[in-house]
Design a protein around this ligand. Structure first.
Ligand code: TMP
Ligand code: ASP
Length: 240
């Protein structure tokens, strides 16, 4: 499986932080991570030096780690410093957010106290639609709009809870609090739910256990400075 060799073909899709390419093998794509960073539905734009390389390596490492816990992901192998070979998935246009500590839009929307450790982790669904500002949705929206069926939603929730448990302890051993994160799922060629997209400081919030410092894209969103250093530090701890 890991010996597969693929050749990069034409660009299929360019997102804000990644580009997906077709390959000469119909089962695989190549996903390339960009240094570009956006926030506020793309209204705020910038670059984070070396982010593409760092996020590619961090994501690959976390996907492999999750696979060892029997969470299926689209990761196959690294292709280059800033790209990986991935299995083709039929993506579900829903962003799944899991929260352990209150911050970000949860605080804005519900008025919970910033930094409050949540008694029970909160799983939320958002429709992946920048033009509509990724609105918060529930399971009925997903069913009614036919984005996924009941069994698939159950599976997505089970995987998300498991990923939270596995990654929370992975990061705490590295002196980082996994505050919240966003996942995207799709169906593999057998129709099974698999984890896609990326897991990186672009899509997670990490707070240093000792200093409480933010070590993720909030540094860019909130103009806190030292953005590149934070991504590098996450990378070094992930590979420790
Ligand atoms: P939020 O508090 O802004 O809703 O973000 C929750 C989590 O989801 C946080 O870890 C950042 C991540 N996220 C993305 O990956 N993409 C997005 O477009 C947004 C808004 C959040
Ligand atoms: N990625 C989203 C955007 O570009 C939002 C975010 O991550 O804050 O708007």
């Amino acid at each position: 499986m890991k010996e597969i060799s693929v050749k990069k073909k034409q660009k299929l899709y360019e997102g804000k932080a990644k580009i997906v390419f077709e390959t000469d093998n119909e089962d695989y794509y190549i996903q390339e991570f960009k240094d570009d960073a956006t926030a506020l539905d793309g209204k705020k734009k910038g670059k984070i030096k070396a982010k593409g390389v760092l996020n590619n390596q961090i994501s690959g490492q976390l996907f492999s780690y999750l696979e060892s816990y029997h969470v299926p992901t689209h990761f196959v192998k690294h292709m280059s410093d800033n790209s990986m070979v991935i299995k083709k998935l039929d993506m579900i246009p829903v962003e799944v957010v899991m929260r352990n500590i209150a911050t970000g839009s949860l605080v804005k929307r519900y008025g919970v106290k910033e930094g409050k450790e949540l008694e029970h982790p909160i799983l939320e669904f958002y429709l992946k639609d920048d033009a509509k500002h990724d609105p918060l949705i529930n399971e009925d929206h997903i069913l009614s709009f036919e984005h996924a069926n009941e069994e698939e939603i159950k599976q997505i929730k089970r995987f998300t809870q498991k990923i939270n448990a596995v990654l929370k302890s992975y990061f705490i051993r590295r002196n980082m609090l996994l505050v919240d994160f966003k996942l995207e799922f799709g169906r593999n060629k057998l129709g099974k739910i698999s984890l896609g997209d990326e897991i990186s400081p672009d899509t997670c919030r990490f707070w240093d256990v000792v200093s409480g410092e933010k070590m993720d894209k909030d540094r860019f969103r909130q103009d806190l400075g030292n953005v590149e250093a934070a991504y590098k530090e996450v990378h070094s701890r992930v590979f420790n």
